[in-house]
Design a binder for this molecule. Structure first.
Ligand SMILES: Cc1cc2nc3c(=O)[nH]c(=O)nc-3n(C[C@H](O)[C@H](O)[C@H](O)COP(=O)(O)OP(=O)(O)OC[C@H]3O[C@@H](n4cnc5c(N)ncnc54)[C@H](O)[C@@H]3O)c2cc1C
Length: 402
């Protein structure tokens, strides 16, 4: 560790903040510079589509660390500071104003950004993404005034935003091309649980429909679907996925595929430069493939794992992926890495909205989801780790109800 004096972290989100914290916890005494283009100190994003959007939690609750933490820890946090280049040969990052910041080790934790809807009218006033605190504040303020809200996208963000705004009593149309919400991650049957839930709560769900364009003079007035139908809208929220912010890595010549490619210790193709969080496409020793995970737990744990790697540890990052979602009174946790071609078996009944589902590849558990059933995370993870075969999944875990 003695020859490492300066560590720079680009991206002051969850992964960056956890990396800085872990560096100090692990005894690194040198200079830590944490550079973030947002004006905020690091915060977590899950509440932005849930309790924070509903006004049910305080702003202070979203921050990763309390005010004063970075100063106390001698972490040079620089908000509103965009990094525009990485000079791998001289080992400097170049800031938006041209200033150079030298590094011995560098962590890229630049996260992801929302995909833009590729249709006419997508940049009209009243059309919002939800990625940043500022986005959530804008949607919250607009929703308080709006009469007709259209949420575009049947993935996690679209579904959660629709649930939150509907829970506030707003009229919400939720629209997307898939047959059911969350179909791509959870498949048609479990996605059907979310379809029924949204409909039951009064969301006008338009599954299987595409948005053709957004209409309005100066600001949004309607959304036109592929059938030509026009849906009145004075607020449109777009949640159609995110793309990793790899631009710095690309211009610096780092290996980039679906994210910045890193090995199991999170080091990029350039020695001494690491990547973590949403932006990293990391070799996963258990699944024996690259995984890029856009989830809170991955950012949190990869951030601290990258810190240890920067200090010389060669431990592989092999945590089983994890995420959660809350919509109305349905909470869920998902562990592992399933795919659309896996077979899904359910313990419990979907209609009760209390079940555990397993994704099976070649008969073996690769992922598990518990919905409104709690305290089963450890056993589910264990079934994945031991590559449990279907016929051995014990009825003890969750009894199969008729
Ligand atoms: C609305 C919402 C709800 C979510 N809900 C859940 C959930 O329920 N469960 C779950 O598991 N996950 C959830 N997620 C995903 C989770 O928040 C992300 O996986 C996590 O934020 C990733 O952290 P990160 O640090 O990798 O990236 P980010 O949080 O994106 O942080 C990266 C930071 O780097 C900055 N940056 C980028 N480029 C530069 C540059 N050149 N110079 C300086 N700074 C730069 C960005 O501005 C950003 O602040 C949600 C995400 C969103 C948006």
């Amino acid at each position: 560790m003695s020859n490492i004096e300066k560590i720079v972290i680009v991206g002051a989100g969850l992964a960056g903040a956890r990396a800085a914290e872990a560096l100090r916890k692990d005894g690194f005494d040198g200079a830590i510079t944490l550079l973030g283009e947002e004006p905020e100190r690091p915060y977590i994003r899950p509440p932005l589509s849930k309790d924070y959007l509903r006004g049910a939690s305080e702003r202070e609750a979203v921050y990763v660390h309390p005010v004063g933490y970075y100063e106390d820890q001698r972490i040079d946090l620089r908000p509103s500071t965009r990094v525009r280049a990485i000079e791998t040969s001289t080992r400097n990052v170049i800031l938006h104003d041209g200033a150079a910041v030298p590094f011995d080790r560098l962590l890229i934790a630049t996260g992801a950004e929302p995909r833009r809807l590729p249709v006419e009218g997508a940049s009209l006033a009243g059309v919002h993404p939800v990625r940043t605190l500022a986005d959530a504040d804008a949607v919250r303020a607009a929703a308080a005034e709006a009469e007709h809200i259209v949420v575009i996208g049947l993935g996690w963000i679209g579904s959660e935003v629709a649930a939150s705004l509907r829970s506030l009593g707003r009229d919400v149309v939720l629209i997307g091309p898939e047959a059911v919400p969350l179909e791509r991650v959870l498949g048609p049957d479990i996605g059907g649980v979310y379809r029924d839930l949204h409909r039951e709560r009064g969301v006008e769900l338009r599954a299987g429909e595409q948005v053709q364009r957004i209409l309005g003079t100066g600001r949004v007035e309607a959304v036109e679907t592929s059938t030509g139908e026009r849906i009145a809208a004075d607020l449109v929220v777009v949640g159609i996925g995110a793309r990793p912010r790899t631009e710095l890595a690309v211009v610096s010549g780092l290996a980039v595929g679906d994210g910045i490619e890193v090995d199991a210790s999170l080091e990029t193709s350039v020695p001494g430069i690491f990547a973590a969080g949403d932006v990293a496409s990391a070799w996963h020793p258990f699944y024996e493939q690259r995984l890029r995970s856009e989830h809170w737990a991955n950012a949190k744990f990869q951030g601290s794992a990258a810190a240890r790697s920067m200090l010389g540890s060669t431990t592989a990052f092999d945590r089983i992926p994890y995420f959660y979602s809350d919509q109305y009174d349905l909470g869920m946790e998902y562990r592992g890495h399933g795919s659309a071609s896996d077979r899904v078996v359910v313990r419990g009944t979907l209609a009760d909205r209390a079940f555990v589902a397993f994704w099976l590849r070649d008969g073996r558990v690769v992922a598990g989801m518990n919905a409104n059933i709690w305290e089963v995370g450890k056993p589910v993870e264990r079934l994945i780790l031991i590559r449990q075969h279907l016929f051995e999944i014990g009825e003890r875990l969750v009894p199969n109800r008729p």
